[in-house]
Design a binder for this molecule. Structure first.
Ligand code: F3S
Length: 316
């Protein structure tokens, strides 16, 4: 039996909010002298990142100090710096946090054991795990309980994947490249597949194509976030329309790196910039149309800063 369960993708998880039909920058076009700048649909924070930042901010007013995030709350050094200035620090482990304070779990989530340990040690825990990541964690736990061999499609060291693997218990296989999966690991097995929320759907399709003919049974939970899919689709369309693409976001942001890679496949003149200040005149040389898109943890201010930087470059 091979089943595809994509019910998670029918739930709202993207950036659009109630009463707001479109992203504020959707279709936004700006000018810099002769240069046309097009901001991709879906650019800016995703729903999960916005929520995590809001919860962390609220915690400073309502929860015991000091408030610390477990790891940088998002993969964006500039935003992490701003939070530190507002008194929201970042610690690498519970052991490094000040006793009696508040720990904020970031949108990627952490292994459930970490939350249990933090509470046991007397910390107040604000769980800002993105609801879509929570769904993926739940699916892994259910499959594990039902005795499936679990395959997680995602990056080995990524915190979201580390947490998913912890929910799976021993024996879960993490696959970064579907082609690297050994046939013996799934042959005649009952296999359950769950996906890191920011993976590309083509990669999932390839994994399913390889596993399904070998496995005795395959259950696929398509836990790719629909906000990610929309962002990737919009970025591909943008890349096809412009001469240069600027992808703004932290170098340590997996979803930004993937976005840059997807854009590069369509438009080789794609640059991944951590901040607008990294923009160089040579990047836009001879271009008439420049596209801007961002990872899920890049604020709208960075888009404005990039537009300003382009204007300064054009004005010489
Ligand atoms: Fe959540 Fe999707 Fe963002 S999983 S953190 S809404 S990219």
């Amino acid at each position: 039996m091979n089943r595809l369960n994509d019910d998670e993708n029918t739930r709202a998880g993207g950036r659009r909010r109630a009463g707001q039909g479109v992203h504020p920058t959707e279709g936004r076009v700006a000018r810099a002298g002769p240069l046309t700048i097009i901001v991709g649909r879906e650019a800016g924070y995703c729903f999960g990142v916005e929520r995590a930042l809001r919860l962390a901010g609220e915690a400073t007013a309502t929860h015991p100090a000091p408030v610390s995030t477990l790891g940088p709350i998002i993969h964006n050094p500039a935003v992490v710096e701003q939070l530190a200035q507002r008194g929201i620090g970042s610690v690498e482990s519970i052991e490094a946090a000040t006793p009696g304070g508040t720990i904020v779990v970031r949108s990627h989530g952490v292994p459930p054991q970490v939350i249990g340990e933090a509470r046991k040690r007397g910390f107040t825990v604000v769980n800002a795990t993105c609801p879509r990541v929570t769904v993926a964690q739940r699916r892994v736990a259910e499959l594990s309980e039902a005795g499936y061999r679990i395959i997680i499609l995602g990056e080995h060291e990524h915190p979201e994947v580390v947490a998913l693997a912890a929910c799976a218990g021993p024996g879960a296989i993490i696959v970064e490249d579907p082609k690297a999966l050994r046939a013996g690991a799934v042959r005649n097995k009952r296999v359950g597949i769950v996906v890191q929320t920011t993976q590309a759907s083509a990669s999932l399709a390839e994994l399913v194509r390889l596993v399904a003919p070998l496995a005795r049974e395959t259950i696929v939970h398509n836990t790719i976030c629909e906000a990610t899919e929309r962002r990737q689709q919009a970025a591909r369309e943008l890349a096809a329309e412009v001469d240069v693409v600027l992808v703004l976001g932290g170098r340590n942001s997996a979803n930004t790196r993937r976005l840059a890679q997807l854009c590069r496949e369509v438009q080789p003149r794609t640059y991944h910039l951590e901040r607008a200040a990294d923009l160089g005149a040579e990047m836009i040389e001879g271009a008439a149309r420049v596209g801007i898109t961002t990872g899920a943890s890049t604020p709208d201010e960075e888009i404005d800063a990039a537009i300003d930087a382009l204007r300064r470059l054009v004005q010489g």
